[in-house]
Design a protein. Structure first.
Length: 182
């Protein structure tokens, strides 16, 4: 199981449209599986796209990306998108980060996560740090930082967002769900 990158998942204009749509929406502290908060593990603000008007097209795009990626690379038994896409903002002034973790957990939805997709919504020069790193084995793979690129990987892979040291990283994450891995 590898980590794959789709460079043109969203155009720059589409990324800006998403960012402009979520900017006025109320953001909440990012929580961990089980609705736990631990700023030592994760510090970010979240906006869920299902709470933002006129963003249905984003989910349609993500569904198509998952369909193609799963057919070409993963061949997982996928059945649904049980969680809304989330836009996360990792701000340097708050030491935004997310330490090593996997996206499969004990939560009702988290236990069914099979594929994780992360889209870069901002220009790479607008922030420092904030690298999405995925560890599929004994090595670490840094994701593509190009605005609009999508990184897709099995949800059981360990991954992290390194601390943002300047500016703000904005990313979009969604999970494809299916029967538990056996």
């Amino acid at each position: 199981m590898n980590v794959h990158s789709i460079v043109d998942g969203f155009t720059q204009a589409e990324c800006n449209t998403i960012l402009n749509a979520v900017a006025p929406a109320p953001a909440s502290d990012a929580l961990l599986v089980g609705h736990n908060r631990d700023h030592n593990l994760r510090r970010a603000k979240l906006v869920w796209l299902d709470e933002v008007d006129s963003m249905g097209w984003v989910m349609e795009r993500l569904i198509e990306v998952v369909r193609t990626a799963n057919r070409n690379w993963f061949d997982f038994d996928l059945s649904e998108f049980a969680e809304s896409p989330q836009v996360a903002s990792y701000n340097a002034s708050e030491s935004g980060h997310f330490t090593w973790h996997s996206d499969i957990g004990d939560g009702q939805m988290a236990r069914k996560r099979k594929l994780t997709l992360v889209a870069q919504l901002c220009k790479p020069g607008s922030y420092d740090g904030g690298d999405l790193e995925v560890m599929p084995g004994a090595h670490i793979i840094a994701s593509n930082r190009t605005q609009g690129s999508i990184t897709i990987f099995p949800s059981f892979h360990l991954h992290q967002v390194t601390p943002v040291t300047r500016g703000t990283l904005h990313s979009l994450t969604v999970w494809a769900h299916g029967p538990k891995f056996r």
